[in-house]
Structures are given as C-alpha cells and as structure tokens.
Design a binder for this molecule. Structure first.
Ligand SMILES: [Cu+2]
Length: 491
C-alpha cells in the first residue's frame, strides 16, 4: 500500500510536472525575437539603422513580432552620441548609450497587438528623426491568451506605478521650482569684440570655436542647460575682410554630450561648413572658406535638431569688412537676440530644461539679448556719451521669430539692412526688421543723455526678458529735448 501510495504520489507529481512542462513548452514555443539597431547621423537626421537580417541597413526599420513574443533589442552606438531606445507602450526604456561601439540591450514581452512607436527620448532626438515602429500581430495571441490577462494586469500595475512615480517626480519638480538655482554666467559682454581690421591685404585668418555645454544663469534663480560656442552666448565675434581665407577650427569639448557643428552664413559652400564640421565630443574638425561678400553674418550650430542647438545658445556673428573697413565710430557693440524654450513657465525658479514641443510650436518662454534675462540691462548695459557715435552689430539667432529691433527714444541714423555692406545704408530708421538668422548694423550719434531701452518692438517680448539699455551720459541738450522725468515711466 505504501509503495502504491508512493507510486501514486510519483505519478501525480509527474503529472503536475508534465503540466508545468507543458506550459513551459508552450511558453517556449513563443519566439524570442532579437533585433540589433545602431544609432547614426544620416543626411542631417538622427536615425536608428538596422543591423543584420532583413533590416540590415534600413533606416528606422519596422520591427515585427507576434503577440506573446519576447522581444530583445540591442542598441549600439554608431555615432558616439548619447542615445537610448524607449517603447512607452511596453514600459521599457534602455539605459543611455554613447561612445562608438558601446551597446545596451532591452528585453520585453510583446503582450498586446498593434503598431507601437520606438524612439530615442533624449530631448529633441525623436523629432530629429530617431523613431520607428514595432508591429505586433495577433497570430500567436490565442496561445498566450491565458497568460495575457495577468501579463496585461501586471503591465497595468506597472504603468500605474510609473504614473505614481511621475506624480512624485512632478511634486518634486514643483518643489524644486521654488528653489533658486545658480549657474555659470554665460552672457557675452557686448563690448567683447575685436577692433576694426583697418587697411590690409587679404590674408588667411584662423578662427577657433569650442562647443561647450554649460549650465548657465538664465534669470534670477533660474538656470538653463546652455549649449555654447566658447562658453558664452552669443559665441565669439569674428572679424575678417573681404578676400580673406578663413580657416575654421571647431573643437567639441570632451565633456559634451552632443556632437556639434557650425554653419557660417558668410560661406559659399555646402552647409555653410556644417557638412564638414560634425564634431564628436573631444574631437576637432577644420574647414576653410573664402570671404567673398562683405556683410554681417550669423553663424550657428547645424547639428540636428538644428532649432534646438540654436535655441540652446549655439550662435554668433562674423563681420566681413569691405575693403578699407567701415567708417570709424566711438563705440561698437555686439548684441544678439534669441529665444529659450524652458520646461517651466517664464519666471519659474530652479533648473530648467528644453521643452521640444514648445520649440516646435514656436512658443518660447523667454526672449533674451546675449543669452540671459538682464544680460544687457543691469549686468552689461551699453555705455556711451553725448556727442559720440555708436555702432551696434545686431543679430537675430531666432531660431523662430523675426525681430523688430527698436531703440526707444532714438532714431537710427544709419541702418545696413539685413547686414548687407554691398548696399548703401538706410537713414532715419525707427524700427528695423531682422529676420531669424539675419543681422543689421545700426549706427547712432548720441545727442541727449539718458537711459535708452532697446528691444524687439513685438513688445510683449519685453515681459519675457527681452530688453537692453544704452546708457548715455553727458550734458543735457534742452534745445533737442526738454522735460522732467515722471515716476512710473518704466525708464
Ligand atoms: Cu550644437
């Protein structure tokens, strides 16, 4: 009896094991699908490229799985830049991967049917092209229907967990917005520009740019992760003469997370140089161009997403002087307008990030001169005296908005429209239009002392940080202007 019982027990156990094995076997019938993707830059776009099998070489390939499959995706770095791979529908995000040849792997169960996006969730990368699809068809759905319920239940509980996590994050973000943050001073002093070239023959001129990502002070108590040329916004002002050969050296700081490049509007050649200057962190690129046409030109980073690199601060200007140079003035200033698309609302304290949706919708939170709120008011006002002449090299980095540049209480004596020095200047201008990616040279002779506010006459932008001061000292000139300042004028 005892043996029989034992035998029965063994049989029962065997049956249980068989059942378990049956489930295991059925589970193993569901395929393990593996894909390999690598990150790359192609035609100015960030992309995923398939590696091996039918997706080999395909840009942003459509990945296919059957419901119930375990999908494994290896992501390797082909471009060296930091990327990741996320499938929010399956609650899975890979660790970040950077450095050519490094790789990360994710694995998840395709527990529902349909078409789902995969993409890189680094800011701007999805919009710059890193997005593909995963198609899960239902052919194996019936075999996994028993386990599908618990699986989807666990997915649901995962997602509610992560929702709770998000809520916590939001709460934390809410509390950090009340905490003032301090960052580096990234404001370019408007007097920081080289003097006139004078009369010399054309030459070969070397210019050096260093792409550097720095957390900088955007406003009082508010920081922003700027991307800069040479640590300031705007980048350095370059000055050459027509006929010069300009040798551009672009270094990307080893601490950078992103590749960077540069497009000079003064260049005649593909990409304004951008095609030849995609520069990985720690690397250097070189190209040269001949300055064929005099004028004031914007330069900017042109690495995808270009709008993001510009909005983050990667812009500056180069002046190509005509033969013999420009007429002498007492003061020259370097001013550039830009837009900043922060995650928080205008005025929120704390560490901000970029909001790519706002960027694409062209709804900046901040408008700034030389990179930060108050950069050209309390920090670095433009200063001159009655009787002096002033020249402002004004550029509009955008990336999206046109500027209606205006100096309150002044009439611009001469404006070289659009930065053109091949065209005679206009005289007696109240407000000059400067397109995104454009410039103007503005000249004034100062006659009356006081504080002159300059701005974009799309004047609501003043409420979002856009104002600068031209402070003029010297004797009153009652024959030109006479009055008593009243309180509340805003000046
Ligand atoms: Cu860049």
């Amino acid at each position: 009896m005892k043996n029989k019982f034992t035998l029965f027990s063994i049989l029962l156990l065997a049956a249980m094991v068989a059942t378990a094995c049956g489930q295991a076997a059925r589970a193993s019938q569901q395929d393990q699908i593996s894909y390999s993707l690598k990150t790359d830059l192609q035609n100015g776009q960030m992309v995923f490229v398939g590696v091996g099998g039918p997706i080999d070489g395909v840009v942003n390939p459509t990945l296919v799985a059957a419901a119930g499959d375990t999908v494994t995706i290896m992501l390797s770095s082909g471009d060296g830049t930091e990327h990741n791979l996320t499938l929010p529908d399956f609650n899975v995000t890979s660790p970040d991967v950077s450095g050519k040849g490094n790789s990360v792997t994710i694995s998840f169960r395709a527990d529902k049917t349909g078409t789902f996006p995969y993409f890189c969730n680094m800011p701007g990368h999805r919009e710059a092209g890193m997005e593909g699809k995963l198609e899960v068809d239902g052919s194996a759905a019936s075999s996994s229907s028993n386990s599908a319920s618990p699986a989807s239940a666990s997915t649901a509980s995962n997602s509610s967990t992560s929702m709770a996590g998000m809520a916590m994050t939001n709460t934390q973000a809410g509390s950090t917005t009340a905490v003032a943050a301090a960052g580096a001073d990234i404001v370019r002093d408007p007097t920081d520009l080289p003097g006139p070239i004078g009369d010399r023959a054309p030459a070969t001129v070397r210019v050096d740019l260093l792409a550097k990502e720095v957390v900088g002070q955007l406003a009082d108590g508010t920081t922003y992760p700027y991307w800069t040329f040479n640590g300031k916004v705007p980048g350095p002002f370059f000055r050459v003469r027509v006929g010069d050969t300009v040798e551009v050296h672009l270094k990307n700081d080893p601490s950078s997370m992103m590749p960077h490049s540069v497009d000079f509007h003064a260049v005649t050649g593909p990409g304004g140089g951008a095609v030849f200057t995609t520069t990985q962190p720690g690397q250097e690129t070189v190209f040269s161009f001949k300055a064929l046409v005099p004028g004031l030109y914007v330069y900017h980073c042109a690495t995808p997403m270009v709008a993001e690199h510009i909005a983050n601060g990667m812009y500056g200007m180069i002046l190509v002087e005509p033969e013999g140079g420009l007429p002498k003035v007492d003061h020259e200033f370097y001013v550039m307008q830009g837009e900043i698309y922060t995650t928080g609302a205008f005025g929120d304290k704390g560490a901000q990030g970029v909001d790519v949706t706002k960027l694409l919708n062209e709804t900046p939170e901040y408008y700034v001169f030389n990179g930060a709120v108050n950069g050209l008011t309390t920090e670095h006002p433009l200063k001159a005296s009655v009787g002096q002449t002033v020249r402002i090299f004004f550029g509009n980095a955008g990336p999206n908005k046109i500027s209606s540049f205006h100096i309150i209480g002044e009439i611009m004596d001469q404006v070289y429209n659009f930065g053109s020095l091949d065209t005679p200047p206009m005289s007696g201008v109240q407000t000059t239009l400067v397109p995104a990616g454009g410039a103007a040279i503005v000249e004034l002779k100062l006659q009356v002392p006081g504080k002159y506010i300059f701005l974009d006459h799309a004047i609501a932008r003043m409420q979002r940080g856009l104002a600068g001061w031209l402070v003029v000292d010297g004797p009153n000139a009652p024959d030109i202007f006479n009055g008593t300042p009243m309180p509340g004028s805003g000046h």
